[in-house]
Ligand binder design. Structure first.
Ligand code: F6P
Length: 323
């Protein structure tokens, strides 16, 4: 069996570990693994190379992607299907293993199915915003990266009380990443695009928190629309210094957590088994703590917003313990 790996969209910690794991399983079974450079743009121009197991194995714990990715929507071009089929047949490729986010799962996978190209997609993004799976590859590592930065800020928060620390996560236009980080870090305020809050509420909440805790930690998603005015308004509303940290792309390129390394191996094993069983279209999802091979795209139309009860709990909007 010959598999071509294509990385599509933003990179995420865990891609290298999955490629290394999949290549090891394939080698054990006498199968061959190739990789496309620059995502589908590279696949369509025959930029295909064997996976160097020694190199990718050494990168297992690192973020980024050994195989360069691309966000170019090249599969929409006229004749892309014929071109791709010709390249796959020239390289004697039997199936495609894809890394990508919602677009890859909901558009590319069904398109390849229409073109009769067997493919399995692995939901991969730090944002954890892919419908049909509780966890995407890379999300856990991105949370861990944020904790390191926040723990550093909290050291100062406790040493020099009377400050507000605001930490901005990535997450695109969703708040799953920010809310997961806020909960795990014990932030007293989380701001996400799905639940817009008026600035006045933020001011009132921060004054409450400063009075009880002596410092405040706000975690917010980059997609929150009020960020530009907030950095000026908060010191005015609270009479307190604000220190802002934006994690930026450093959060996407952090080291791979234990959870993501285990998920990488599970994804590799399930995908290889799926191909060996002759699956035509599949995705590997995590549901209620179990990693499963799902026949078809990941399922579900749109990802539900971040859990509202947890959001309210972090923000002190309910007096019970958030259960
Ligand atoms: O891959 C998801 C993500 O990292 C988002 O969190 C972020 O908004 C976006 O990608 C950034 O994209 P780019 O790398 O193209 O700037």
């Amino acid at each position: 069996m010959k598999t071509l790996i294509v990385v599509s969209g933003g990179d995420a910690p865990g891609i290298n570990a999955t490629v290394a794991g999949y290549a090891a399983i394939a080698a054990r079974n006498g199968d061959t693994v190739l990789g496309a450079k620059d995502g589908f743009a590279g696949a369509l121009t025959n930029q295909i190379q064997p996976i160097e197991r020694r190199v990718v194995g050494l990168l297992s714990g690192r973020g980024g992607s050994y195989l360069a990715s691309s966000r170019e929507p090249v599969l929409g071009a006229p004749d892309a299907d014929k071109q791709l089929r010709a390249i796959l047949s020239e390289n004697e490729v039997d199936n495609l293993l894809l890394f990508g986010g919602d677009g890859t799962l909901s558009h590319v996978l069904p398109l390849l199915h229409d073109w009769r190209i067997p493919a399995i997609a692995l939901p991969t993004t730090i944002d954890n915003d892919v419908p049909g799976t509780d966890l995407t590859l890379g999300h856990d590592s991105a949370c861990n990266y944020a904790y390191q930065a926040i723990d550093g800020a909290l050291a100062t928060a406790h040493a020099l009380p009377g400050r507000i620390f605001m930490v901005e996560t990535l997450g695109g236009d969703t708040g799953h990443l920010a809310q997961a980080v806020a909960y795990g870090a014990g932030a007293q305020v989380v701001l996400v695009p799905e639940y817009p809050e008026p600035l006045e509420w933020v001011g009132v909440r921060l004054n409450q928190v400063l009075a009880t805790d002596g410092y405040a930690l706000v975690v917010l998603s980059e997609g929150v629309k009020t960020i530009p005015g907030m950095a000026e308004a908060i010191p005015r509303m609270t009479g307190t210094r604000l220190r802002y940290t934006s994690l930026g792309h450093a959060q996407r390129g952090g080291n791979v957590s234990h959870r993501d390394r285990a998920l990488a191996m599970e994804m590799g094993q399930l995908a290889h088994q799926g191909f060996a069983d002759g699956i035509e279209m599949g995705s590997v999802v995590v549901l209620e703590g179990k990693t499963l091979l799902h026949a078809g795209p990941s399922g579900g139309d749109a990802k539900a917003p971040p859990d509202r009860k947890r959001y309210d709990f972090i923000n002190g909007k309910e007096s019970v313990n958030g259960g």
